[in-house]
Design a binder for this molecule. Sequence first.
Ligand code: C5P
Length: 205
Amino acid sequence: MIIAVDGPTASGKGTIARALAAHYRLPHLDTGLLYRAVGRQVFLDGGNPDDPVDALAATSFPEALLADPHLRSEETGGLASRVSIHPTVRQALFERQRTFATQPGGAVLDGRDIGTVIAPEAQVKLFVTASVEARAERRWREMHERGITASLEAIAEDLRRRDARDTERKDAPLRAAPDAWVLDTSTLSRDQAVAAAIGAVEEAL
Ligand code: C5P
């Protein structure tokens, strides 16, 4: 069984994907982390994330980079969304995601294009979304807990910028697959969102 969980930043897709993986005892891949590693590697190389040659070179990042706490930062998220525009970067990361998705026994993957490009044959496709306001508030709380101060408006602005970049790019833009189950988490608690996602999986099986 392949479970594809797509959606914008801070929609709750990562939390839902992890919970589904634990519930169904399936391995989980956060594909955003791969793009974040490329973004971080471009930065470490002193390259330009908007240059397709620099970005492609960064796809051969060392495995250990995936454990780097810097990958979680807002800065790296911004770099990830810039390198992920280049089709050559997406191609370079395709095989790794495809192999993970098709491993015997199944898998859960979360990202932007799992249900549309990486595993269009997935038995379960969830498109997790939420209003910019709800997402900004969650991000603000997360950052606050880590001792980082930022204005809610600045966070919302950054989310809008990243949404625009992710939905307007030509190659594998962020969009729900036609057969995806759309889950709006704006007014749901974590537990409610996870319960709704499990319900959707049960219905799809
Ligand atoms: O999900 P996360 O915020 O970690 O992703 C960082 C960036 O990586 C996204 O803004 C998006 O541009 C890119 N990404 C992508 N395709 C994926 C996962 C992430 O283009 N499957």
